[in-house]
Design a binder for this molecule. Structure first.
Ligand code: UDP
Length: 558
């Protein structure tokens, strides 16, 4: 990890007045979250040694006068003007408190139709989202964290086509990720070829919209610039741990947390490469840190300031936590396992299966000590447990930089990247595991010292120019096979890895399915169908090179 980048991140966003180092941050956070001296010590070491890090709001705010610790929120948007502006106000309060919010705009009446209670004529969901977008931009100016929103619309909303194309021009709704919520019946229509079926008729324009048209618009949008994302309503709600409390209609901004209205979730990620010993997993250590992390995140629910009373109530009722991992690809590289292999997926299932089973066990121990979550009766859990949901896979866009590892479960985007310093200087960043391996590979080829330097430069320049090393013939086949980056990995293999994790994860997975720049529309349709068939809760695709800038969605776009 480039220490200069880490120092810059810590200084600009995480250090509180009087703090000088990462250790100072860990001490503040551990003191605030630990219940007693012993626990504080354990939390401190777990963070200082980078074995586990909580999401950014917890690192920034724990132990301060406003300890808002949660990264993820979902706020309901009702159909009337007062309800819409209430949601706007609530989202603003969350944003100044460093959280990201998801909204379903599906209840907003179609454009041109009357709004209930004498509310005039509806401008439709897209115009309303523009107001939310502007509010975010204004509120976040000068803030420590970019504002991030998720806007969701049900596929059968009459304004669905204008929603899907709303982000056609770059820069519009720039603080939103957008996703279409699709129930199984429309996915079935797509797979069975019966998608000429009428989806909806616009009540004002009389426009007849078929399932086929909407899917074409989704696929075109993804091909154009990676939006919209897709969410699978029935898969999400089949995994709802508290169905008696209602259904989940939106997720947080990066999609890893489908939540009920007003719920929030504090995330934290285990730094996987540090659990590898002699190329195999140190299971005892993973067991210990998983249990500590569950306690940390459960304590945090009682330590955080909930930005609104409704959020306090909904969050305390289910006590969901979001434990996940980062550094998957680095771990695989260190173990010599290609990301797009059956062996990697088996590894993923074993590790995530272990983490989730251990987290469940620890949450049951917590329940015996501290009680079950208040909505436990009527939930899917038969045995007493403290948290309605425990695991998720976050993007870890910033905390993975602090830890110096690959983000979340993403493959490395490029083994050589350029970062521009604010002072205008360029840094060439070479992935540390790759750098060592390349030196060894060049040494294996037996070049003299000066020839080796030329060869090293050749590889690095080639990756800078093309993003890949797959066609450098003199590198050994097995080396090229292992060091595949995001664009070298087929969409099917991206999806299979996401599915391997999803099978052992309670909430959802933040992941980008990278597509080659010459990907055609049919391949995108295929990816959406595969995602659904594999049991994913949603899918986000990005065609390499198709976008200049993004909302906070770190992986497809570095
Ligand atoms: N998030 C946000 N603004 C940001 C970055 C993240 O609101 O600038 C929220 C969003 O809900 C996202 C979640 O934090 O889904 C987790 O993102 P990530 O894991 O990348 O955050 P980190 O803890 O690494 O900063």
């Amino acid at each position: 990890m480039n220490g200069a980048i880490r120092d810059h991140i810590l200084k600009s966003r995480y250090l509180q007045p009087g703090e000088k180092s990462f250790s100072d941050i860990c001490s503040r956070v551990a003191s605030a979250i630990g219940k007693d001296e012993a626990e504080r010590e354990q939390f401190l070491h777990m963070m200082e040694d980078l074995l586990f890090l909580p999401n950014s709001p917890a690192l920034m705010n724990a132990g301060t006068r406003n300890p808002q610790l949660s990264a993820c929120f979902v706020i309901p948007v009702g159909p009337t003007i007062p309800e819409i502006f209430r949601a706007l106000r609530e989202g603003a309060i969350i944003q100044v408190n460093d959280g990201g919010t998801g909204y379903s705009f599906s209840e907003i009446p179609p454009c041109g139709t009357p709004i209930k209670e004498g509310g005039g004529i509806s401008p439709g969901p897209v115009r309303i989202m523009e107001i939310f977008d502007t509010a975010t931009r204004v509120i976040r100016e000068g803030g420590r964290r970019r504002g991030a929103n998720m806007g969701v619309l049900d596929i059968a909303h009459p304004d669905i086509l204008s929603f899907i194309t709303a982000k056609k021009e770059e820069g519009v709704l720039e603080n939103f990720n957008i996703s279409v919520m699709i129930p199984d019946r429309y996915m079935q229509a797509l797979t069975e070829g019966s998608h000429d079926e009428i989806l909806t008729i616009h009540p004002i324009s009389g426009e007849v919209i078929s399932v086929r048209e909407v899917f074409s618009a989704i696929v075109e949008g993804i091909h154009r610039n990676g939006e919209p994302g897709v969410l699978f309503a029935d898969t999400i709600n089949a995994a709802n741990p508290t169905p008696a409390l209602g259904s989940m209609r939106a997720t947080n901004p990066c999609g890893e947390e489908p939540l009920l209205p007003y719920e929030s979730c504090i995330l934290g990620s285990i730094n996987l490469p540090l659990f590898l010993q002699n190329q195999s997993v140190a299971w005892d250590k993973l067991d210990e840190i998983t249990r500590l992390a569950v306690r940390f995140l459960d304590n945090a629910i009682d330590q955080t300031t909930h930005p609104l009373p409704e959020i306090a109530e909904a969050t305390r009722r289910t006590r969901k936590i979001g434990l996940g991992v980062m550094g998957l690809h680095d771990t695989l590289l260190l173990a010599g396992i290609p990301y797009d292999s059956e062996e990697a997926r088996t590894f993923a299932e074993e590790v995530m299966g272990f983490i989730t089973a251990t987290a469940i066990d620890e949450s049951k121990c917590c329940a015996a000590e501290l009680g079950v979550f208040p909505a436990w009766e009527g939930s899917i859990w038969h045995e007493p447990i403290r948290n309605a949901a425990l695991t998720t896979i976050a993007p870890t866009g910033t905390i993975s930089l602090i830890a110096g590892v690959s983000p979340g479960i993403e493959p490395v985007y490029s083994f050589v990247s350029i970062r521009r310093h604010t002072a205008g200087r360029e840094f060439e960043m070479i992935h540390p595991v790759f750098k060592r391996a390349l030196d060894e590979e060049i040494a294996r080829c037996g070049y003299t010292e000066s020839a080796a330097e030329v060869k090293r430069r050749e590889v690095i320049d080639h990756i800078r120019a093309t993003g890949t090393l797959r066609n450098i013939d003199w590198l050994h086949h097995s080396f090229r096979r292992l060091y595949r980056s995001a664009g070298d990995i087929s969409p099917d293999d991206h999806l299979r890895m996401q599915a391997a994790f999803q099978r052992h994860t309670h909430a959802a997975i933040a992941k980008t399915i990278n597509l080659r720049s010459d990907t055609i529309m049919d391949e995108i349709t295929h990816a959406i169908i595969s995602a659904w068939t594999l049991g994913l809760k949603g899918v986000t695709c990005y065609r390499i090179g198709s976008r200049r800038d993004t909302v906070y969605r770190p992986h497809g776009c570095s």
